[in-house]
Write a protein that binds this ligand. Structure first.
Ligand SMILES: Cc1cc2nc3c(=O)[nH]c(=O)nc-3n(C[C@H](O)[C@H](O)[C@H](O)COP(=O)(O)O)c2cc1C
Length: 191
């Protein structure tokens, strides 16, 4: 079994990265393979509403100049999907939004590429707006016939500068619990 994580923060090694790694560590401890794909800071185009995904039906987006098609392939292959984002003006980063819009449309056009997979959102935040960003990502899972995984608190960690979330004890506990819950449901589904 495999879980693929997407880091939507342009700060590689920043708080979103730290939080995702705690979830991935817990998954690895529970015998689940993991992979992290950096999307933040890369040049990701938004959906152009060309509708070609509904014509091509080849599980790919017509924009072939960025990493989104690679992300879509990895999502379709994985058993679980983690999408992490920093909070930007009370929502996700633009790269995260581009990913979910395009991966979401291609998934729907191709009969539900992510159906029956498990998904979870992870959010880094300084102070406010994390729940709105969390909801944005969960809306993608919710329209993709996926099972959304929760934790002992909403899946967020508090910090401003890179690595600050390591001081958010409850946030780290939330990530560990999220990883354990994701592993638990994956083992149940695939036993
Ligand atoms: C453009 C921008 C907008 C931000 N907007 C918010 C916000 O609305 N609420 C908040 O609490 N923090 C906000 N922040 C702070 C980041 O969410 C916070 O520093 C987070 O830990 C960054 O995660 P990262 O290290 O993974 O990039 C903003 C940061 C930037 C650069």
């Amino acid at each position: 079994m495999q879980v693929v994580a997407f880091n939507g923060s342009p700060r590689k090694g920043g708080n979103t990265d730290h939080l995702l790694r705690h979830v991935l560590d817990e998954l690895e401890d529970n015998s689940i393979k993991t992979e992290m794909i950096q999307v933040g800071g890369k040049s990701l185009h938004g959906c152009t509403a060309c509708g070609k995904c509904y014509e091509r039906l080849d599980k790919q987006c017509s924009i072939e100049t960025d990493i989104v098609n690679h992300c879509i392939s990895r999502m379709a292959e994985a058993d679980g999907i983690l999408i992490g984002s920093p909070t930007y003006f009370a929502d996700v980063s633009p790269e995260t939004k581009a990913l979910i819009d395009r991966a979401g449309f291609v998934g729907m056009a191709n009969g539900g590429l992510y159906a029956q997979k498990v998904g979870a959102a992870v959010i880094a935040v300084r102070r406010a707006g994390a729940i709105h960003a969390y909801d944005t990502i969960n809306h993608f899972f919710g329209i993709s016939n996926m099972f959304t995984v929760g934790s002992s608190y909403w899946n967020l960690g508090i910090g401003l500068d890179p690595g600050d979330v390591e001081n958010d004890e409850e946030g780290l506990r939330t990530m560990r619990n999220l990883g354990a819950n994701m592993a638990w449901i994956l083992h149940k589904i695939h036993r």
